[in-house]
Structure formats: C-alpha cells, structure tokens
Ligand binder design. Sequence first.
Ligand code: G3I
Length: 348
Amino acid sequence: MKHSVPLLVATAASLAAASPATRQTTGLNAIAQAAGLTYFGSATDNHEITDADYLAILSDSSEFGQITPGNSMKWDATEPTQGTFTFDNADAIVELAQANGQLLRGHTCVWYSQLPSWVSSGTWDADSLNEAMTTHCSTVVGHYAGQICAYSWDVVNEAFNEDGTFRENVFYTTIGEDYIANAFTAARAADPDAKLYINDYNVEGTGAKADGLYTLVSSLLSAGVPVDGIGMQAHLIVGSVPTTIQENIERFAALGLEVALTELDIRMPVSDSDVGSDADVAQQQADYETVVGACVAVDGCVGVTIWDYTDRYSWVPSVFSGYGAALPWDDDLQKKQAYDGIVSGLSA
Ligand code: G3I
C-alpha cells in the first residue's frame, strides 16, 4: 500500500472485490485511493461551474477527490493592481471543494504568463520586484492557509526552457535564480502546512528540461529551501508518451519529494466533429493507462489531476489547431475509452 490515506468513498476491500464493471462505477478517485494515491482530480474554472450537468460530475467525490482552479488564483486574477487583491472567483471554487470534501491544488503564485501589466511591464530593481513577488505569494497562499482543503500550491510555474536553462521571465532577469527560493520561502511562511510544488511541462520524461529541474530542486533542498513536490503537467500527445516517465518520477521521488501529474491531458488530431480516429482513440486509452500507471507504480507519486475532465471545456482546441479530444469525458459529458484507460492504469 503506497500511503495510508482516508478513503473518501469506498474501502480497499470493497474495491478489491468489485468486478471490473462494478469497479468502474466506483469512480476514479475511489479507485486511485484504493491504489494508494492521495487523490485523482480535475481542473475547473468559474464559468464552467455554472453548467449544472458539468458541476454534478465535478462534484462527485468518488470521481474527483481534488480540484484545481484553472485561472482564478493566477496573478492577473488575484492582484490586478498592486496591493489590491481580489479572491471572489477563487473563493467560489475553494468553497465548492470544501463543500464536496475535495482537496485543493493552488495554482499558481509565480508564472511568466497571465501577469498583470504592472508586473510584466513595471520598472523594477531586484529588491522592489522581490518585495512585490513575496508580498503577492504570501498574500495569496496566506488567504487559504488553514483551510481544510488546501493541500498544495504550484508556487513557481514553468521556470525552465526546453534545453534546461532558466526561462528569462521578468523575475529571473530582474532578481536572478533566487526568485524561486524566495517565492518558496514566502509561501512556507504564509502556510506551514500546504505542500509546496514547482510545476512545469515537458518534464515528464528524462531529458534536458527534467535534468535542469532535477539540478535546481537538488540544490534548493541542499540549501534548506522548503520544496515539497514536483508537478509534472503532462500535457501530452497521443502516441508520444515519454517512455522514461516512470524512471523520471522515481528519481524525483528518491529526493524525498512528492511527485504529482498536475495537468494531464492527451491530445490527438481531430476532424470537424471534434473526435479522433479509432486508432488514435485506442492509442489514447493505452497512453492514459501508461501515464497513470507510472504514477501508481511509484510510492512518492501522490496524485493525478486532469486539466479539466471533459472536452467541452478543454483548453487544447483553442491553442493547438486541429487537435482536441484530449480528456476522458466527451463534449456531451459521456465517458470515453480514455476513462477506461485511466481505470486500468489505477488498477495496475
Ligand atoms: O478572463 C478573460 C475574459 O475576460 C475575456 O473575455 C476572455 C476572452 O478574451 O479571455 C479571458 O481570459 C482567458 C483566461 O484563460 C480565462 O478564461 C484568456 O484569454 C485565456 O488565454 C486563458 O487561457 C488559460 C491559459 O492557461 C492561459 O495561458 C486556460 O484557460 C488555462 O487552462 C491554461 O492553463 C495553463 C496552466 O495555467 C499552466 N500550464 C499550461 C496550461 C495550459 O495553457
């Protein structure tokens, strides 16, 4: 057993005895917890939770034991002007998580994107930007500290280039590499209990970017910086799942860190009807099984979050033209073969 976690819905015994069909109706979070994960979750957003049919499935804690606000905790949403904080939209999602008994992943304190212009285009020196950044991070994290559902935070998001060098965002170019440690220190001071993660994409398999992240977190840990976890976003493409994902998760876990798949979706080429070929649909089922199974196989991997659960609200088609159908529920909120792949990966 990977972790002793409070099963929200079903006991391990009832799951073990369940037939595959029965097991599939138990829900992804219940199956994940029986497999030793802390949660299986989904991202969501404020305009989506006004959709009653969507909300009913999202609120089923046997399917989702964790939710992530996709946008409402970002800097542009929470501190649109310096010193003026707005939490109404984020609070609505946190209140939903609490009402549902779901854990919350906070997303995200420091990221180069979705910054208000007073940050991205401000006139800064290292001290003034560091002050603004640490004030932002501690205020946002502190706003939710102590709330029962506040499980973890993506303190710093997407700090690396594909070659493993540091992304030259406004924080790096103004403050230097220490912006990362400073953000984590501020977050810890604001919330002594939440798990503090660094999050990125294309770090799921071994390679230059994951190696850069590994080198950074190793040095942060050596310096006593309070890093608790690695978020691997896992925005993947059908047929291109990294073959080294399990060994990569294992090496970060061997540092004593948690690992989580934080934004999983697996996109494919789609026709005008927004569905992929039969071959891609079958491959996607296998890919979801492989990726989720890699997390289940490693003791330090604590959870899987899909980046929304239905193609109805996926970010993919608006960014990757000609691609979509990336999630385990379709536009009509019906489960797809991808759902069965996740069940298989959780049941491995
Ligand atoms: O809030 C405005 C609204 O006022 C306006 O009317 C509307 C139309 O222009 O845009 C709205 O802002 C949009 C925002 O989502 C909130 O819905 C932005 O245009 C849109 O670009 C933004 O997209 C988000 C994207 O991050 C921005 O990079 C996606 O929803 C969100 O799912 C996505 O999530 C990121 C993670 O945070 C980090 N990892 C990658 C992942 C995918 O890009």
